[in-house]
Design a protein around this ligand. Structure first.
Ligand SMILES: NC(=O)c1ccc[n+]([C@@H]2O[C@H](COP(=O)([O-])OP(=O)(O)OC[C@H]3O[C@@H](n4cnc5c(N)ncnc54)[C@H](OP(=O)(O)O)[C@@H]3O)[C@@H](O)[C@H]2O)c1
Length: 395
């Protein structure tokens, strides 16, 4: 058996982080867990750090240092707190780092992890959306492998013939359609928080659940696929597949279409990536083809779900566009989740930000961070000045 693989997990307390912990705990002999991090969930971080016998537990919220220290006293696990501790520990050498922080907060940890890790498991898609060319260039410079965890990209990764790229004609991303696939436009716009969080097939963190309901998640994934597989926008399609069993497909020039299938369980792509190129034996749910009554596929609907065309607009416009779309979306989702605005306003906020920001050249990480900050302020102002006092339905 090979040596245990050294792994760091950023965002261990979230949905992807906990699924990663599940896989690791079922294969303790295969992994040597070092750094685990969270934002503010002290008790979950301490519990997972102890269970996985991590060497370091880092909490990004500085004010939680004493609480974490006390939870982990006597464990021998080293404790750190604050954004700078998170960034420092991102560089701890590892065979693989799982990036499972949500949103742009994961960009700098991802960049810093490339200084110490041989491979980066990418669940956290927003950094690729906002800084794709910079992330890819840095990975090449450091000789770091970028491995996709997102179920669609992991599916493509599994059937993408790297040695025969020229024979690939198209990537086809599948999308469940989210909770509102069968709803009329007027009803979608008035959806409540609870309705938007109730994804039909997957249990996920709040932000990605809302992104799935608006289908912004698919827009982010188109951009993610563009950078991870170096495919032009016109060779990336989306098809609605409500059962979420075909996780995505690669079409070849000879007409062959290869897909990866599996139950809707993130532990499958996580296991695939953290053991890559080996395969772990997992105990997760298996597909039973005798009980699958139908696999259906539908064209996307850009009238009811106007987020998807924004991805193509971004890829044709330049990085400033995807930074703006991504940052405005994060702020709009936060505004919706906090009850400041209605579901239908999310797309309006993004459109407002895109219309407010002038085209600009983005070439460095600092450029990305500066524009991201500016868009967040612009979008927050828009929400506070134009959208408050509107009637919104929460819960
Ligand atoms: N969930 C899925 O099935 C799924 C599938 C594919 C891709 N993804 C992607 O994976 C990423 C994580 O998604 P998720 O659903 O696992 O999110 P989640 O459940 O909300 O977890 C987010 C994690 O990030 C930490 N975090 C939040 N803000 C932070 C900050 N400012 N600094 C440091 N850490 C911070 C959280 O810590 P606390 O718990 O302490 O707040 C938590 O550990 C997202 O980019 C998502 O798009 C998720």
């Amino acid at each position: 058996m090979s040596e245990p693989r050294k792994i760091n997990i950023f965002g261990v307390t979230g949905s992807i982080g906990q699924s990663t912990a599940d896989v690791i705990l079922a294969h303790k002999e295969r992994f040597d867990v070092q750094v685990v991090t969270a934002h503010s969930n002290v008790s979950k971080l301490a519990e997972l750090a102890r269970l996985m016998k991590a060497t370091h537990a880092i909490i990004a919220d500085k004010s939680k240092f004493d609480a974490l220290k006390s939870e982990l006293s006597g464990s021998g696990i080293q404790v750190g707190a604050g954004r700078s501790a998170l960034l420092e520990h991102a560089e701890v050498p590892a065979d693989i780092s799982m990036m499972a922080i949500v949103g742009m907060a994961g960009l700098e940890p991802m960049m810093r992890a490339m200084n110490g890790s041989k491979a980066i498991a990418i669940a956290n898609k927003e950094p690729l959306v906002a800084a794709g060319p910079i992330v890819i260039a840095r990975a090449k410079e450091c000789g770091v492998q970028l491995l996709p965890v997102d179920s669609e990209h992991n599916a493509i990764f599994q059937v993408f013939d790297q040695n025969n790229r020229a024979a690939i004609s198209r990537l086809i991303l599948t999308a469940s359609g989210g909770p509102f696939w069968e709803w009329p436009k007027e009803k979608i716009e008035l959806a409540t928080r609870q309705e938007a969080l109730a994804h039909p097939n997957w249990v996920m963190g709040a932000k990605i659940s809302i992104d799935s309901a608006t289908m912004m998640n698919k827009a982010l994934e188109i951009i993610e696929a563009h950078y991870l597989f170096d495919m032009p926008a016109d060779k990336i399609d989306v098809i609605i597949h409500p059962q979420s069993l075909v996780h995505s497909m690669v079409e070849y020039n000879d007409g062959s279409v290869l897909s990866q299938m599996g139950a809707s369980d993130m532990r499958t792509p996580i296991a695939n990536i953290i053991s890559y190129p080996e395969r772990l034996t997992t105990s997760g749910k298996r597909l039973n083809f005798k009980t699958i009554s139908s696999l259906t596929f539908f064209d996307r609907d850009d009238v009811r779900f106007p987020a998807i065309p924004l991805a193509y607009e971004s890829l044709n416009s330049g990085l400033y566009h995807s930074i703006t779309m991504n940052a405005a979306n994060e702020i709009a989702v936060e505004g919706f989740l906090n009850g400041k605005m209605g579901f239908g306003e999310i797309i309006n906020c993004i459109r407002y930000a895109l219309d407010s920001i002038t085209k600009q050249n983005i070439s460095t990480l600092d450029d990305v961070i500066m524009l991201d900050k500016h868009v967040r302020i612009t979008t927050r102002n828009y929400i506070d000045t134009s959208l408050t006092n509107r009637t919104v339905s929460i819960i």
